[in-house]
Design a protein around this ligand. Sequence first.
Ligand SMILES: Nc1nc2c(ncn2[C@@H]2O[C@H](COP(=O)(O)OP(=O)(O)OP(=O)(O)O)[C@@H](O)[C@H]2O)c(=O)[nH]1
Ligand SMILES: [Mg+2]
Length: 195
Amino acid sequence: MLFNQATFLTSAANLRNLPKTQLPEIAFIGRSNVGKSSLINAIVGNAKIAKTSKTPGRTQQINFFKLPEFIIVDLPGYGYASAPIKVIQKWQEFNLEYIKNRQQLKLVFILIDSRIGFKELDLNLIEQLNEAGVKCRIIYTKVDQLNKSEIEILKSITTFNDRYPLLEPNALIASSKNKEGIERIRKVILHYIIS
Ligand SMILES: Nc1nc2c(ncn2[C@@H]2O[C@H](COP(=O)(O)OP(=O)(O)OP(=O)(O)O)[C@@H](O)[C@H]2O)c(=O)[nH]1
Ligand SMILES: [Mg+2]
């Protein structure tokens, strides 16, 4: 299967170091500790490819993972992180520079911790993605912490789309722990890299 052929390609801390490929890219962004790196590992079926941590702010550069036909991008988290505020602001500026300048970026998954919900920074991000003309889609993470009816409620949420036309209406759900929702996310990725 295509997904388990992922390999680490490179890390970048500024625009000059972005990999010079034309392959389509799918990026994952969200608050620190929301589960971005864990989700990437679950999607590619390799628990060690993206470094995960209990300490928020683990991913401090943009990490690129290469698959045969596309690239998965792990973006540094925003919100709280165990790093000085100036350093965090720098990652955020770089995240936005990447998002605004990357021609081959097909979709940004915005991860929201299903137990916490949306924060102001998440809404700011959706706004900025819309201004940049980049499609985005919500994934609620860590749904292994919810019961069935709470999960059903999350799946039925289709808000914000009238305000943010580039936000795809149907949110996805995921658990890196019990792998719920992972196959669906793989299908969605394949859809966007060919569109
Ligand atoms: N219960 C549960 N915990 C999870 C899940 N995914 C991640 N975690 C935990 O959440 C913590 C953060 O996970 P990461 O994948 O490192 O989060 P991240 O968003 O990459 O964090 P930064 O790189 O710091 O921005 C770790 O302790 C993980 O074990 C999940 O699906 N379920
Ligand atoms: Mg990470």
